[in-house]
Each structure stands twice: as structure tokens, then as C-alpha cells.
Design a protein around this ligand. Structure first.
Ligand code: ADP
Length: 487
């Protein structure tokens, strides 16, 4: 992998703790990172755990106080520098990302630019963390509200967006004066290492951004939840692990931001532009080979347009090319690992055994060990696993519905509430459906909703808090009321 980079310095085989590169773990253990497209080992890293995490939190605790004392303009300038560095190295960062995660390299470049957009956004927001002065309740008193950083923040991120999920968390945290202890997924630590290198090159003070790489997510999570110097944990990953962290954080009333699983409905009404709907559904469903928490998971199509939509959609799905992310013209990379692939196979087998009809795909592809064909299923019902669980793979189940009430009920019949999509043109329907969907984000006549200017996040068991937009800094701020008396 190093040979493919114009700047191999972006990839030391080490974690980053208090401004130092740690190539050997306390335990002496190491772990390998593999390319999911071909199974090759591309890096060997120190397997860091709880002890290193505790030291990182100590370092961050000291660094945070000094960082918070800087002016907003100074913090802003640092984030801007980091943004510029990320964009300057977009090609190398995309190569690193595709090598560890598998998505097509063009899509990886898109993710880097998306990640950088949060650095730019919060470089700008850093200067606008305004307090407030409220009317006093007595003649000699004034009510002042200060906004202060929460302190040291732990960040646990998943493998599906190895760059952007970290960038999206660290940008608001650093902007308002917090320090960071981050732990990327064991499958994809390399993009985070490259980010740590850029932090060092940007001149971020030692201890302000720390990176723990390792395989024992639960050990690191426990230390973060129990350590009183860590004041907040921001996690993106499964609802299952989110619940564990919430329980573990209860003892110290840990503040949490959680971006958890989704089970996104994608609804096509009879007044929709069907060509646009099919295109939007393809983008929403098959991006990242179906491995995003906002991917369409259940596609509901109104009775009278079901056949027409299914035909248009399946034709485009069938044309998607799976393969190594570095090959030209590849639309879809591999699944991340054998467990991910097994879940996809299980969902398809379950649906077929209960009467679903295979339109296209339905098996592993010959592009490599972890590849699965773009798959479309018809005649899908709510009794099947694809209706209830997040598939996290390139499988599109097409449900049929009759009335608006019926589809709203089905769309909301899940414990998840992250993203939902629908295509319709009637103005009244658009408003009423958008309001009735119990989701944190709704795409109307679009399959792509993520951007740094919008509040990303879920309701129900999809999480707590919002990332991005003018609201995104709130998650990293405490409000302090100062009562000024004797005026
Ligand atoms: P995914 O399905 O995306 O792999 P996970 O929730 O399993 O989602 O993992 C997301 C992140 O959480 C990864 O960085 C993983 O290492 C970490 N993780 C897994 N289990 C735990 C745990 N018990 N405590 C803390 N972090 C964990």
C-alpha cells in the first residue's frame, strides 16, 4: 500500500498518543489490516487497549484546558489548515480508504471531500459560538449564559466511512475547545492514522487529538465510559453497541451522542416521477454496496406503479458493476467481511423461503471472496427479515402498498428512525407524509441527503444528537448560567 502513495509519510504503522507515535502496544500484541477486495494484509499495527486509552485521556485532559483558552479565531485557523491539508492529500487518502474498506476509489475521494467539508464548516462555526444575555428577574441582577466546551471527548467510529465519521465528530469538538481520544473500527484504522498525521502537520498541540488503534473495542469503550476525565462519548455504529455504551456510561452520567442503525424506508407513490425515483433508489440503495446507515433498506411501491418501477429499477441494478475499487468503471466494492456477507445471504434466503421472487442477483459474485451481486427481490412481505432488520448489503426488497395510511404505518413499524425517503409530486401529500414519518431525516424526491450544512441524526433507537449544521456544535457544549448580582 505504501508504494501506491505519493506521500508514504501519511501512514506510519502506529497509534498517536500525546503527540507521539506509538508503534508498540503495552501488551506487545499487534494486528493486521486486510484489503477486503482481495484479502491481502496491507498493514500491521500495535493492538492498543485500555491502558493506552487511559493515558490518552490524561494527555487530552491537560491539552484541552490550553486549547479552550485559545481564541475562537485561533481554533478556527487550525481547523481550516486541517481542511486544506485533507483536500491537498485527497488522492492519497482515497487510496488508503479504498485499500482498507473496498469502496470504489472515486467514491472514496467523495468521502474525503465530505469529511473535509465538516472541518471547513466548523472552522467557520468556531467563531460563532455565542452566549446570551437574558432579562434579569430583579433590578440588581443580570442573567448571562456562557457556552463552554464539555471537555475530553471519546470518539468510537465504524468501518463504513473511515474518514468522514471521524472528521464529522472531531471538527465540532475541536472547534468549540474540546480534546479528542478516538478509536476507529479495527477493520479500518488507516484513514484515521492519516488524519492523525495531518493533525500533527497542521500543528495541533500534543495531546489534543489522540488515536487508539486496536481490536478490543469493548475494552477501550469500558475505559472511556468509566474514566471521569472523559466527559462525553460520541459513537457511530450499531444500536446494539450503542445500548452497551449507554449502560456503561450510566454510572458517571456520561453525555452521549449516538448515531446508530437505521432501517430506511424508500416510498414511491403513484404520482412520482418514476425515472427519477428509480435513479434515486439506486443511489440510496447501492452506495457503498448498501453499507451505510441511511441506505434504503425497504422499498415500498404503490400498487398501480409497482411493475413499472420494478422494471426500471431492476434494469439499473443489474447494470451495476462489482469489483476491486481500483478498477475502472466499478460501481460497487466488496462487503466488509464474512459476517457482513453471511447476513446478506441469510436475509435473501429467508425472503425466498417465504415467497419472495428473485428479479436479479441473489448470490455471491465472482469478483472476489467478499462480493455479492446487486440483488432485487419482488413480492416481499412484512414477515420477512428484510422488513425488520438492517441488511447492510446490496439487496433491494420491493414491497407493494395500497394507501398512504398503510405505507406510513409500515414505514414507521420499526424501532429505528434514522433516514426515510419518498417520491411524490402532490404538494399536500409531500407535506403530510414528510410530517408523518418518524425519522430524523427525510429525503423528498432525492436519495442523497447528507451534507455538512444539515443536521444528521436519528430519532427512536437510531440515536441521540445531531452532527453538522448550525446545531452540530451544541453536542459538544455545556451551557453555564452566571447570575450577576449587585449591579
Ligand atoms: P458495525 O456494525 O458498524 O461494525 P459496531 O457497533 O459493531 O458496528 O462497531 C462500531 C465501532 O464500535 C467499532 O469501532 C467497534 O470496534 C466498536 N465497538 C464494538 N463493540 C464495542 C463495545 N462493546 N464497546 C465499545 N466499542 C465497541
Amino acid at each position: 500500500l505504501l508504494g501506491k502513495l505519493t506521500d508514504p509519510g501519511l501512514l506510519p504503522a502506529a497509534g498517536y498518543l500525546n503527540g507521539e507515535w506509538i508503534a508498540k502496544s503495552d501488551s506487545g500484541k499487534a494486528f493486521g489490516v486486510t484489503n477486503p477486495a482481495n484479502g491481502e494484509t496491507i498493514a500491521t499495527l500495535p493492538d492498543m487497549g485500555a491502558a493506552e486509552t487511559a493515558r490518552a485521556i490524561d494527555a487530552a485532559y491537560v491539552a484541552q484546558k490550553q486549547w479552550a483558552a485559545k481564541t475562537a479565531k485561533e481554533r478556527s485557523a487550525m481547523l481550516r489548515k486541517l481542511n486544506d491539508l485533507m483536500l491537498a492529500h485527497v488522492d492519497d487518502l482515497a487510496v488508503i480508504l479504498t485499500s482498507e474498506m473496498g469502496k470504489p476509489v472515486g467514491e472514496a475521494g467523495g468521502e474525503i471531500r465530505y469529511g473535509a467539508s465538516y472541518l471547513e464548516w466548523f472552522a467557520e462555526e468556531a467563531k460563532r459560538i455565542d452566549g446570551d444575555v437574558l432579562p434579569g428577574q430583579q433590578a440588581d441582577k443580570r442573567v448571562v449564559v456562557l457556552k463552554q466546551p464539555v471537555g475530553v471527548v471519546g470518539m468510537i467510529t465504524p468501518w463504513n466511512f473511515p474518514n468522514a465519521m471521524l472528521a464529522r465528530k472531531m471538527a465540532p469538538a475541536l472547534a468549540v475547545g474540546c480534546a479528542v481520544v478516538s478509536k476507529p473500527a479495527a477493520q479500518t484504522p488507516l484513514s484515521a492514522i492519516a488524519i492523525a498525521v495531518l493533525c500533527e502537520r497542521a500543528g495541533l498541540p500534543a495531546g489534543l487529538f489522540n488515536l487508539i488503534v486496536g481490536t478490543s473495542g469493548s475494552e477501550v469503550g469500558k475505559e472511556m465510559c468509566a474514566n471521569p476525565k472523559l466527559r462525553k462519548l460520541s459513537f457511530t455504529g450499531s444500536t446494539e453497541v450503542g445500548r452497551i455504551l449507554m449502560r456503561q456510561g450510566a454510572d458517571q452520567i456520561l453525555k452521549l451522542s449516538l448515531e446508530l442503525g437505521g432501517n430506511a424506508p424508500f416510498i414511491v407513490f403513484d404520482d412520482a416521477d418514476l425515472d427519477a425515483a428509480a435513479k434515486g433508489a439506486i443511489m440510496s440503495k447501492y452506495r457503498n454496496a448498501g453499507q451505510t446507515c441511511v441506505c434504503a433498506n425497504r422499498i415500498y411501491v404503490q400498487d398501480s406503479v409497482y411493475d413499472a418501477f420494478a422494471e426500471k429499477f431492476a434494469a439499473q441494478a443489474e447494470a451495476l458493476k462489482g469489483g476491486d475499487g481500483f478498477e475502472d468503471g466499478v460501481d460497487m466494492g466488496p462487503l466488509i467481511d464474512e459476517a457482513g456477507l453471511a447476513k446478506v445471504e441469510d436475509h435473501v434466503a429467508d425472503a425466498l423461503s417465504k415467497g419472495a421472487k428473485l428479479v436479479t442477483g441473489g448470490s455471491r459474485s465472482n469478483a472476489g471472496a467478499l462480493f455479492y451481486q446487486p440483488t432485487v427481490l419482488r413480492n416481499v412481505t412484512r414477515e420477512m427479515k428484510v422488513a425488520r432488520e438492517e441488511t447492510f448489503g446490496p439487496v433491494a426488497p420491493l414491497f407493494r402498498f395500497d394507501t398512504v395510511e398503510d405505507v406510513i404505518e409500515q414505514a414507521n413499524a420499526t424501532e429505528f428512525g434514522l433516514a426515510a425517503y419518498f417520491y411524490a409530486r402532490d404538494l399536500s401529500r409531500v407535506w403530510r407524509v414528510a410530517e408523518a414519518l418518524e425519522y430524523g431525516m427525510v429525503g423528498v424526491n432525492t436519495g442523497i441527503i447528507s451534507n455538512e450544512g444539515a443536521p444528521f441524526g436519528g430519532v427512536k433507537q437510531s440515536g441521540l444528537g445531531r452532527e453538522g449544521s448550525k446545531y452540530g456544535a451544541d453536542d459538544y457544549l455545556e451551557m453555564k448560567y452566571v447570575c450577576m448580582g449587585g449591579v
